[in-house]
Each structure stands twice: as structure tokens, then as C-alpha cells.
Write a protein that binds this ligand. Structure first.
Ligand code: NI
Length: 159
């Protein structure tokens, strides 16, 4: 297991489309384990494989400590409602913005055993699903954030 380097904005790989996982090989399992360690080390809510330099359709979401969700080839199959909340990204350090996202999202994906499952989330979890799936298309939250928080607003958020 290893903590991988997180790619930062400006690296062209973050703009590329990730490829489907056709077979869950030992290499993919190791990537999942390393991504988990990397996510925990960075104390993030989610991580896409492209953020560690691997163009595969794999994301992790952990919006509640200890509740790690691994998604392979994830697809949003249902979404409803609307929310506008603060969002950030491990690849865009020190920048926070307000994004427009659905309030509820259901995702279908494969787990590490290759089994299809669905998972639903509201609020923060829904935002994390949308944010991480955007990474697979080469999108960053800053691309269509409603606005980026100013330094003063950031301070208020922390205080
Ligand atoms: Ni991100």
C-alpha cells in the first residue's frame, strides 16, 4: 500500500477522459487500496483515479468517516432536486466555490468483486458523487462553479 502523489490543476492529465475498467485485475485492486490510503492521508471526501495519474473510471467517495464507497465504471442513473453549496478539490488546493448540483443522486457501478450495485446519496454525498464523476470526463468544479469564494468569505467559513 502506498500514498500516491495527487496531481494538481495545470497538469493536462486532469483534462482527459478516463477509460472504462474492463477487467478487475490485481493491479486495479492495488490501485483501489492505494487510492484509499491517499484519500485518508489527504483527508478528502473523494478521489478519482485520474487525480493520481491513472486514466481509469474509478472513484472513491467517503463523506462519512469509515464509510468508504468504491465505484468502478460509475454512472449516474437518477438525480433530483437542486443544491448550491461550497465545494473544493484535492487537485485545486486552497480554492473553494459554490456549485450547482442535484440534491439527490443514485449511481450504478461495479464493486471490487466486479458486482453491479447502486448507491444513493443526498447533500454532501450527492455533491461528492457528481464532483468525482466529473473528474472522469476531465472536468473540474471550478469550470462551472457559480462563483469562487473570496479570501474574506473563506475566513468566515473557517471562523
Ligand atoms: Ni476533485
Amino acid at each position: 500500500m502506498a500514498i500516491l502523489n495527487i496531481v494538481k490543476e495545470g497538469d493536462p492529465i486532469l483534462r482527459k477522459t478516463s477509460r472504462r475498467v474492463d477487467e478487475i485485475t490485481p493491479r486495479i485492486i492495488r490501485l483501489l487500496d492505494d487510492m484509499r490510503d491517499t484519500l485518508h492521508d489527504a483527508e478528502g471526501a473523494g478521489l478519482a483515479a485520474v487525480q493520481v495519474g491513472v486514466l481509469r473510471r474509478i472513484v472513491l467517495v467517503e463523506t462519512e468517516p469509515g464509510e468508504l464507497i468504491e465505484l468502478i465504471n460509475p454512472v449516474i442513473i437518477e438525480s433530483s432536486g437542486h443544491q448550491e453549496e461550497v465545494e473544493g478539490c484535492l487537485s485545486v488546493p486552497d480554492v473553494w466555490g459554490i456549485t450547482s448540483r442535484p440534491e439527490s443522486v443514485t449511481v450504478r457501478a461495479l464493486n471490487r468483486k466486479g458486482e453491479i450495485f447502486t448507491v444513493s446519496g443526498n447533500g454532501l454525498k450527492a455533491r461528492a458523487f457528481c464532483h468525482e464523476l466529473d473528474h472522469l470526463e476531465g472536468k473540474l468544479f471550478t469550470d462551472d462553479a457559480l462563483r469562487i469564494l473570496t479570501a474574506e468569505e473563506l475566513k468566515e467559513q473557517i471562523d
